[in-house]
Design a binder for this molecule. Sequence first.
Ligand code: FES
Length: 174
Amino acid sequence: MATTAAEPTRRDFLFIATGAVGAVGIASAVWPFVSQMAPDAATVAAGAPVDVDLTPVAEGQILKLFWRGKLIFVRHRSAQEIKDAQSVDVASLRDPEADAKRVKAGKDQWLVVYGNCTHLGCVPLGNEGAYKGWFCPCHGSVFDTSGRIRQGPAPTNLPLPPYEFVSDTKIRIG
Ligand code: FES
């Protein structure tokens, strides 16, 4: 009897312990990015511009950060992703916008967009969907490697936040 009663308790404990390890793992994976950005809490709260060091973002990676409470993706695009984004017939797009208008001149490898789906605000998954840009799991919107809407109910492209390059490897958002 005592053994039977103890078993679920032990299983529960193991489940919780496993969950705790997972949470720690995620936190330590995110920390290098957070420490790279290093805006202090007061700066973030005030919505002041933030500088983002792009050095740790490898090709193919998408950095996620918050600015003024809004999610932003900073995507380091590969040569193929850039080519895919540039070779689209702009007139065929739902929200026609050339890739060149969505990146900074000479910095084609960096795409910086707001990270909420323009349908109802879910967070799309990177490197997913038919165009390997983003896929929104909520209702199936598909964005390309320029963050432009290609399929599904979202009416417009992922918008661009205000930002500029302050050095070769650093952007200032805001
Ligand atoms: S919120 Fe993304 S498709 Fe609906």
